[in-house]
Design a protein around this ligand. Sequence first.
Ligand code: HEM
Length: 453
Amino acid sequence: MAAIAVLYFHSNEHTLHDQLSKVYGPVFSIYLGFTPTVVVRGLKHLKEVLVTRGVDFADRPHDRLSESITGGRGIIAVKYGPAWKEHRRFTLSTLRNFGLGKKSMEERIFEESQYLIQELKKNKDSLYDPHFVLDNTVSNIICSIVFGRRYNYDESTFRNVLNLVHEHLKLATGFWAQLYNAFGFVKYLPLPHQRMFRNVKTVFGFLGEVLEEHKRSRVSGQPRDYIDYYLEEMDKVGDGPKLSFNTENLFMCMVDLFVAGTETTSSTLEWSLLYMMTFPDIQEKCHEEIDKIRGDRDHLDYEDRLRMPYTQAVLQEVQRFTSIVPLGIAHAPIKDMELNGYTIPKGTLIITDLSSVHYDESQWKYPHEFNPENFLNKDGELEKVDSFLPFSAGPRVCLGENLARMEIFLFFTTMLTHFEFHWPDPKSSPDLTPIFGISQAPKRFNMRLVSRT
Ligand code: HEM
């Protein structure tokens, strides 16, 4: 296999992978700094790694930075094994208990969307940057599930915490993070990566206070939220089979859900507004479908999406075209594995290049253009497309997929029910270049809101 030294610190990794795979095929090896890494591209091989032999590739690689931050706890960075399985299963079932797929989760999102609309209304007719309010809105959903509370849009401590999380997700793929991963001794040097650790300390301090407050105020047998359910589980299991349940793991699950549940979904909403302003005709068609299905009701229900193929196609196209988590989260084989004729040793860092299937010319009608028709058949019905993998697939598939889909649909349609979104400067058009990071956020932008009601 080819072995080329690479450091990722800008947004052209997709083009770089494209060029390399033209020469070396869909599975090739690079040195990420000093770490031998295998890049997997294209539907056939991604399906093999994520689904067909998903369990064999369901481990996470050794990563010095992530280990020094998470201690190998929580869900996202945890090695494949009983602790990961127990936490994943517990978290999925607790999310379901909070009504995912049932009315109550929808009600939570609907309630939050009322705050969002009030806030947007205050800013209609002026230039408005929606970044923070969307971030806060989305984060409030995961906060209400995990901590049992929401944060007002003017709470500066919360705003600061969200900003630090975003900064961390950018820094964690940057040069200094890669240097830290390559050379352990860098930890002690006064270099820019220290900023990451300072940010982590502040975010952990904030979440630590939430956890302590829960321990003080909880009433056994009356769980209010995810934290309480977990504490109940700890009481219940004692020294039973779920030995992995402890306060340290609970804390890291809180961190994982808070971080994973915010930026990805809020960026998707920001991108969706940017694309609506770039293509006003598509925005208009969404307005028409929303109005038709809503009739004289105040708002749409999640169930209504089944009768709204165009809006669903638009939202999926936003996810395809922007590939919010372009390289997924690194996997690793749990034992030595064969892939495409190569032997890949246990523990090797594997990059699942999810974005590669999103622009694959053999898979899409319009691979390189933003076009909702990519998801619609000739009768205008929504088509299921195998090469659509924004949440990855298989045993490690995004744990928040259903929640994220519900939030994206309900927040997007509520915003479009109330407003038209306009790009404020007729002499320019929106900048659709992403900021590179674990997840790809758009650059900050201003928009003009015109009330529809
Ligand atoms: C549009 C929004 C989202 C996108 C595009 C997204 C995407 C992803 C992707 C690509 C992965 C990596 C899967 C793999 O390792 O193969 C992932 C993992 C994960 N996501 Fe999401 N995600 C989103 C929203 C959320 C939300 C709302 C939550 C919170 C409930 C969440 C929680 C997680 C967790 C805990 C994992 C780790 C799963 C594991 O290691 O077992 N995500 N996500």
